[in-house]
Each structure stands twice: as structure tokens, then as C-alpha cells.
Design a protein around this ligand. Structure first.
Ligand code: ARG
Length: 475
């Protein structure tokens, strides 16, 4: 290329003319072209302001707007094939501006008055993030709705819960489903970020120090209707990537929760557990073992979390130790942010699909329910209602479980009242146990007895289901 083909011909920054690797190395076009709509939107707001303050004429403004409209339409139609994408122009901002100059001549050459690519890219990133957040929130909503439908269908099934992946206490399926719902709802909250972040407009901060021309940043902000006030400091506005980092963190937390859910369901789908059956659509076969149904989609939801974490760490590391003001390192932000966003969007879509099509195997879950003394805590709480201190009750039940093991009966409810009381007497708790103990034993009884707010049994599940349905209806 000739040096005159760059719209900022005399810019010193373009040391790339002799070395094609340098041209490719400095370019971000590959990944930042997806900002073209945001870039054009920002340019239109900027041009409208330039005209109002008298820095360009009404004719310039019409030519700029017409040119930008044409460019947007061309890119909409041609996408990657748009001839204006020229890697030697480095990025989306320069490609759009160069195309505008071709169409609008000197009017196009006035557009960059009072701005720099530094405030331009900060604005574009903010506008993009705002849209991306709306997309993610909608997708999280989809997953939540799918979980609620699942709870509607299978929520009453009694199942074991696990701590340390060892059988803990009986719960209902709905109790666990709402654990995921709560985690995802909390993940969604993180995307709202701080007011200052979401709503401030960096455009007009220039390269670092602002401009000596009479640009009106409040006016530009008014044109960008989802932003409400100009950023307060030009250096900070061009140097910070906090919006990208906050977004990336919210994405990693979403991904982390999806990975925990994926792992849980991978385990539930094993032959050993058999709690759930995944739809064929979301499993794959093995090239060697004809019987296999592998939960690859869940594994990839789990696995892609690594990439998402990587993006956050890359962004943090990239920003670490940078002097305040723009440094070219910051250009790489979009590569990582877009990658994390794309991965999380895919994972959320996949999660919604999997949740919608998975079945819970009630008979299989029920068949194993009497193993593992799930009702042991319930027995201890029964003893508390009879006046036994909890620590003593805990010891008694530990001994009672030992007795079941010695006798090979495997279940607390197989013992007689006299057996329970023999142990109670050993611990000076008298004949604490009566016939009513059997109402506290067996997983089916236990899940009906939980009464604490937020419990994972019948009453807790029903309350959460009701609250969530009301919340969804009011949204
Ligand atoms: N593509 C660049 C980025 O994303 C634009 C800013 C370049 N600014 C500069 N002063 N060289 O960061």
C-alpha cells in the first residue's frame, strides 16, 4: 500500500508499511469489526454535536449522515465481504472513516474533529457492552424459566441431597432446582454494575486531555439516549476498561455456576446414579463403544468455563501496571471480552435446551432412597422435640445408626421403639422415643417436615415455586 492510502497519512503510529507482519500485528479489525454499528452511532452523535456548535456546516452533517447510513447498510448486507474492511487501516474505526471520506470527501475528513480513537473505542465498547448485557440477561431468563418448568414437572420427587458428594438429607427435586435458579438470578444481578459505569459517556474525552475546540459533551450524551452524563475525567475515561472487566467478571460467575450445574447433572446421568436422562440431542455416541451416550454438551458447558476465566485473567493482567492514559495494550480487551461473551451465550442457550429436555427418573431415584440414613438428622431433631439437647441427640443417633449396621437392617425405621430407647438410656436421655418417631423417619416423611424458610423440602419448594411464578408474571 502507499502511505497516502491511510486517512491519517502523517500519523507516526503507522510504522507498518514496510513490514506486513507489523500491519497485521497492530490491527484489531479481525475482532473489532463487530463494533461497526456502535461506531457509526457514536459518529452520528458526534457529528450532530459538531454541527450544533458550528464546527461543521449543515451540509457537512448531511453528507456525513448519508455516508454513514450507506456504510451501515453495505456492512449489514455484505458483512465480512464489505470491501471497506482493509487490515492496513487497523481497525473498525479507521475502516468506517476511510469509507466515509471516499463517499463524503472533506465533510468526512471533518468527522474526527475533537475526538480520538481513544474516546471513540471507549464509547463503542460501552455501547456494545450495554447491548450485550441485555442479550445475556434474556438468556439467563430463559434458563431460569426452563428450570421453573422443570420444577413444575418433577419438583415433588423425593431425592437425596449431597454434601461432600455423600448422602446428606432428603430433599425434593424442586429444592435443588431452585438452588440453580437462585444462583443464576444472582448472576444476572451482577450484570447491572454501577450506575456510573453503565451510563457515562466517554466521547469527547479525546486522546487523553480533551479538546480546545468548543465541543459540547452534554449534547453528544443527549444524542446517545442510553447514556445520561459525560464522564467526569478525560484521562480516566480513555484509560479505564472497568466496564469490560466488570462485564467479564459477571460472565465468569455465570459460567462458574453453569459449570457446577453441568457437573452435577453429568453425575446424575451416570449409570451409577441414573437420576436423569438427557435427551439424545444433547448427548453423543462413541466412535468405538456402541452403547455410549456421552453428556458432551454438559461437559463442554463445564469445559468452556476455563476459557471464560482465561478471558477475565487476560483482561486483568493486560490492565495491570499500565500508566494512566491509553496504551495500545488496551486494544486486546475486545478479543477477550468477545470470546467470553460468545462462550457464555452459547452455554446459556445450551443450558436452556438441556434443562427443557431432561427427564427425572422417579422410580430409579426412589429405589435407592432408603440407603444412606438420609433421615438421621430428622431423628436427632425428633429427639430435640422430646427435650434432648441437640449434641446428645446427635450422639444417640450416631449410635443408633451403628446399631442398624450391626444388625444389617440398613434403615432407621426398621428398629423398634424399645431399640431407640435402649440407646437413649445409655446417654441418660430416658425413654425419649415414642410411637410417633416413625412419622419422622423415611425420606418421604422427612421432606414434609422441614419448616424453616428456604428449606429444600416440600414447603420450601412450594413457597419458592409460588414466589418465582409471581415474579415472572409481574415482569
Ligand atoms: N483499535 C484501537 C483500540 O481498540 C483503537 C485506538 C487506537 N488508538 C491509538 N492511539 N493508537 O484500542
Amino acid at each position: 500500500m502507499t502511505s497516502s492510502s491511510k486517512p491519517w497519512e502523517h500519523a507516526k503510529a503507522s510504522g507498518s508499511e514496510e513490514d506486513p507482519l507489523a500491519a497485521r500485528f497492530v490491527a484489531s479489525l479481525d475482532y473489532d469489526k463487530r463494533l461497526y454499528k456502535h461506531d457509526i452511532r457514536g459518529s452520528k452523535a458526534h457529528a450532530a454535536m459538531l454541527e450544533k456548535v458550528g464546527l461543521i456546516t449543515p451540509e457537512d452533517l448531511s453528507a456525513i449522515n448519508a455516508g454513514l447510513d450507506e456504510i451501515e447498510q453495505e456492512i449489514n448486507e455484505q458483512g465480512e465481504a464489505w470491501p471497506g474492511w482493509k487490515v492496513e487501516l487497523e481497525d473498525v474505526h479507521m475502516c468506517v472513516e476511510a469509507a466515509l471520506i471516499e463517499k463524503a470527501g472533506d465533510a468526512g475528513r471533518k468527522l474526527h474533529t475533537g475526538r480520538s480513537r481513544n474516546d471513540q473505542v471507549a464509547l463503542d465498547l460501552k455501547l456494545w457492552t450495554d447491548e450485550a448485557i441485555a442479550v445475556v440477561l434474556k438468556k439467563i431468563d430463559e434458563v431460569i424459566t426452563s428450570f421453573i418448568d422443570l420444577a413444575d414437572q418433577y419438583g415433588d420427587i423425593v431425592m437425596p441431597s449431597y454434601t461432600h458428594l455423600q448422602r446428606a438429607q432428603p430433599i425434593v427435586v424442586g429444592g435443588e432446582v431452585f438452588a440453580w435458579v437462585n444462583a443464576l438470578a444472582r448472576s444476572a444481578q451482577r450484570f447491572y454494575m454501577t450506575h456510573e459505569h453503565r451510563l457515562s459517556n466517554p466521547l469527547g474525552s479525546g486522546a487523553i486531555a480533551g479538546s480546545s475546540l468548543p465541543i459540547d459533551r452534554a449534547m453528544t450524551t443527549e444524542w446517545l439516549d442510553d447514556l445520561t452524563f459525560p464522564t467526569a475525567n478525560a484521562i480516566d475515561a480513555t484509560a479505564s476498561r472497568d466496564i469490560a472487566l466488570d462485564f467479564a467478571y459477571a460472565l465468569t460467575m455465570t459460567s462458574m455456576w453453569l459449570s457446577r450445574w453441568a457437573e452435577q447433572w453429568i453425575i446424575y446421568a451416570t449409570t451409577e446414579f441414573g437420576f436423569i436422562t438427557l435427551a439424545d440431542t444433547y448427548t453423543t455416541g462413541s466412535s468405538m463403544m456402541p452403547q455410549k451416550q456421552n453428556p458432551d454438551m454438559l461437559e463442554l458447558v463445564r469445559g468452556k468455563t476455563g476459557q471464560v476465566y482465561g478471558s477475565l485473567i487476560a483482561l486483568l493482567t493486560m490492565c495491570k501496571g499500565l500508566t494512566v492514559g491509553y496504551n495500545r495494550d488496551l486494544q486486546e480487551d475486545k478479543r477477550h471480552l468477545f470470546a467470553a461473551y460468545d462462550a457464555v451465550c452459547d452455554c446459556l442457550d445450551m443450558a436452556a435446551g438441556i434443562v427443557r429436555t431432561t427427564t427425572f427418573n422417579e422410580a430409579r431415584i426412589k429405589a435407592g432412597l432408603d440407603k444412606g440414613y438420609l433421615d438421621a438428622t430428622s431423628l436427632a431433631e425428633y429427639l430435640v422435640t422430646k427435650g434432648v439437647p441437640f449434641r446428645t441427640a446427635h450422639q444417640i443417633v450416631g449410635r443408633v445408626v451403628g446399631l442398624c449396621e450391626e444388625r444389617g437392617v440398613g434403615m432407621l425405621k426398621k428398629l423398634a421403639v424399645a431399640d431407640f430407647n435402649a440407646v437413649c438410656n445409655e446417654y441418660n436421655a430416658g425413654d425419649a422415643v415414642g410411637e410417633d418417631v416413625y412419622d419422622w423417619l423415611g425420606p418421604e416423611n422427612v421432606v414434609k417436615r422441614y419448616q424453616s424458610a428456604g428449606n429444600a423440602g416440600v414447603s420450601g419448594f412450594e413457597a419458592q415455586l409460588k414466589a418465582w411464578k409471581e415474579r415472572l408474571e409481574s415482569d
